[in-house]
Design a protein. Structure first.
Length: 232
């Protein structure tokens, strides 16, 4: 029995696991596991209707810095993660990939965006967590709060676009990633500043988004690797 299990592991599981680790890297795999643990703990607390003490404290602390100038800046930043803007950016990206005939990237990008939409909608409906109502809001949101769709969506879409750009422009990869991180972080902060999300919503959104992004990038890498092997 043990010999059969060992044979099955070496023939079927081990090669795939080795490919996965080689593609993501040990650090990346460890980061994914840690993020998965954090997201699972947050989800457990939300399901049990537990309140996070620092959620309210942080939002009220952040709100004390509110002023008209920052209001306008945060409204502009949060619009970069709104559905209309995301659809336009996704459309331009898709058109560019098709124009450049990057077939694998096009396929994975569509899958990435659709997956993010399904995850965001499904998780919001599943947890049905109400949004904060701590002060008079500048914008109105009708969907549920957990996880943050802006955090999830920006992480997935802008993160994937940044990865695609770095593969074709490796000399400026650091600049691309830095700009992407700033943009993604700013969108999450804007949701907190505007009071439409709890901090745990944004953390969970980033976590789920990062995990899905890593899955999609891994699929892209494996497809490109397989494509390269077929051409040899």
């Amino acid at each position: 029995m043990i010999q059969k299990i060992t044979t099955f592991w070496l023939r079927h599981i081990h090669p795939r696991l080795a490919s996965l680790i080689a593609t993501i890297g040990v650090v990346g795999l460890t980061a994914c596991l840690l993020i998965l643990f954090v997201v699972a703990k947050l989800a457990e607390e939300v399901l049990e209707k537990e309140a996070f003490a620092f959620d309210t404290f942080f939002l009220l602390w952040l709100h004390q810095f509110a002023n008209p100038s920052i209001d306008n800046l945060m409204l502009f930043i949060t619009n970069l993660g709104n559905p209309r803007t995301v659809v336009v950016v996704a459309g331009v990206t898709l058109g560019t990939l098709l124009w450049r005939r990057y077939r694998v990237e096009t396929y994975i990008f569509v899958l990435t965006c659709l997956g993010a939409l399904v995850l965001n909608t499904g998780l919001k409906l599943f947890f049905s967590k109400p949004r904060p109502q701590l002060w008079k809001l500048l914008i109105s949101e009708k969907s549920f709060s957990f996880p943050s769709g802006h955090a999830l969506g920006s992480m997935v879409m802008y993160g994937f676009i940044a990865y695609i750009l770095t593969t074709h422009y490796p000399k400026i990869s650091q600049i691309i990633y830095i700009l992407a991180v700033i943009l993604i972080a700013a969108i999450g902060i804007s949701r907190l500043y505007l009071g439409v999300h709890w901090p745990t919503d944004v953390i969970a959104g980033y976590g789920v988004g990062f995990l899905w992004l890593m899955i999609c990038i891994t699929m892209l890498k494996l497809q490109k690797l397989r494509q390269g092997q077929l051409l040899e």
